[in-house]
Design a protein around this ligand. Structure first.
Ligand SMILES: *Cc1c(COP(=O)(O)O)cnc(C)c1O
Length: 417
């Protein structure tokens, strides 16, 4: 049969070569559209300033909001856990990977959120996919805010349920969809704080709709744990909602400075996830050093809730300075601050200009955000100094003016709070 393949008509491209060419062609396409990304190398540990390819820059694109990734006590906890328990868990929790540090952290997380139970996942991505796919399936309808994180969207896709993406924070659109869904509605999923706009979900109203239509509400608190609400307990706690929210997903990788994530829910839902959430079942348990570090970080947050206030003060200071510089920063109030640009190429240009001036901020472009809403996305940390945030705002304002991106100075300044 070999001869048959060798005798393929001349000019036909062998399969392997063709796919290799596709890769190059796709990269060229991305390059031409100015959408090709590249990795930049950080040559220090993670802090409010890092060494980026040989230069010190202020970091405005980290989710290490409380600076815990590099905190001495958190580092030590990781080292201690490595010494005591080893580098890895060796197997899934359902095999021999379920260890003391996992269960200890789960109890601490459940207590932190004042919920009956918690279950660890390898990452926030996996937790969202795991929770949603376990709680919805074929024949159901899942509702998600259209600007929810891709892990929420992918969870909805993988669930095989029918998907309904309601317009961002649009309760009427959601209510309309729920009425149409009747008893097929399975769950509503939303981010607590939206990752790219920094605004907050209308949780009381969502909880009411979920109750009225008897479907579950899943709130992804990846950016909200450690940053908002009493003691950093998230948007659910900030809204005074506890038992009304069925499932809280939190990340250990952001404000808590480690790696991994969790789902907080009833004992019963935890049991279901252990049995049905594929990312939990078919993936190795989180490594003890990451789990030990997250435990220490949670303890620190619990004992020093003032860092959350400090973060919010810093966010307000940055927002105020950016507004004074004539920039459009949307209406949010959290630690995530979008500087709206619109055009993708100009958003890239803005991020490159401010980086040249020592300000490391991320340009976010479609398809991550809707067409025409490219932006610089800034993320504040509790251990930034106010003066360095103000300087960064001035740098961004100057670059934006050079690019003709600022509005007239007569524009009324939004009040930062
Ligand atoms: C980062 C992020 C996640 C994923 O969390 P990881 O622990 O980093 O996988 C989920 N949702 C939102 C909104 C996020 O920003």
């Amino acid at each position: 049969m070999r001869g048959v393949r060798a005798a393929a008509p001349s000019g036909a491209v062998p399969e392997r070569l063709r796919s290799a060419m596709d890769v190059a062609a796709r990269l060229d396409q991305l390059q031409a559209a100015k959408l090709r990304r590249r990795l930049r190398l950080v040559e220090s540990s993670q802090g409010p300033r890092v060494t980026l390819e040989g230069r010190e820059v202020i970091v405005l694109c980290s989710s290490n909001y409380l600076g815990l990734a590099d905190n001495p006590r958190v580092r030590q906890a990781a080292a201690d856990a490595a010494e005591r328990w080893g580098a890895g868990a060796g197997a899934s929790r359902l095999a021999c990977g379920n260890m003391g540090p996992h269960e200890r952290l789960e109890r601490a997380i459940a207590e932190f959120h004042d919920r009956p139970a918690a279950l660890l996942f390898g990452s926030g991505y996996l937790a969202n996919v795991g929770a949603i796919t376990a709680l919805a399936g074929e024949g159901d309808i899942v509702f998600a805010d259209e600007l929810s994180h891709p892990s929420v969207i992918d969870g909805c896709r993988l669930s095989r349920a029918h998907r309904f993406a309601y317009r961002h924070r649009d309760l009427e659109h959601l209510a309309w969809g729920l009425r149409k869904a009747g008893d097929r509605a399975a769950l509503i999923a939303t981010d607590g704080i939206f990752a790219l706009d920094g605004d907050v979900a209308p949780l009381p109203e969502l909880a009411e709709l979920a109750a009225r239509h008897r479907c579950r509400l899943v709130v992804n608190e990846a950016h909200a744990v450690g940053t908002i609400g009493p003691g950093g307990r998230g948007t659910v706690a900030a809204a005074g909602l506890g038992g009304e929210i069925d499932v809280i997903v939190g990340s250990l990788s952001k404000a808590l400075g480690s790696y991994g994530a969790y789902v907080c829910a009833s004992e019963e839902v935890r049991e279901l996830l252990i049995n049905c959430a594929r990312p939990f079942i078919f993936s190795t348990a989180p490594p003890p050093p990451a789990v030990g570090a997250a435990f220490a970080a949670l303890r620190m947050l619990d004992s020093r809730p003032g860092v959350v206030t400090q973060l919010r003060r810093n966010a307000a200071a940055l927002r105020e300075a950016l507004a004074e510089a004539g920039l459009d920063i949307g209406g949010g109030r959290t630690q995530i601050v979008p500087v709206m640009v619109g055009d993708s190429a100009r958003a890239m240009e803005l991020s490159e200009r401010v980086l040249a001036a020592g300000v490391y901020a991320e340009a976010v472009r479609p398809p991550a955000v809707p067409e025409g809403t490219a932006r610089l996305r800034l993320a504040v940390m509790a251990n930034h100094r106010v003066d360095e945030l103000q300087n960064a705002a001035h740098t961004i304002g100057r670059a934006a003016r050079e690019l003709g991106l600022t509005r007239g100075a007569e524009r009324e300044l939004p009040r930062a709070a």
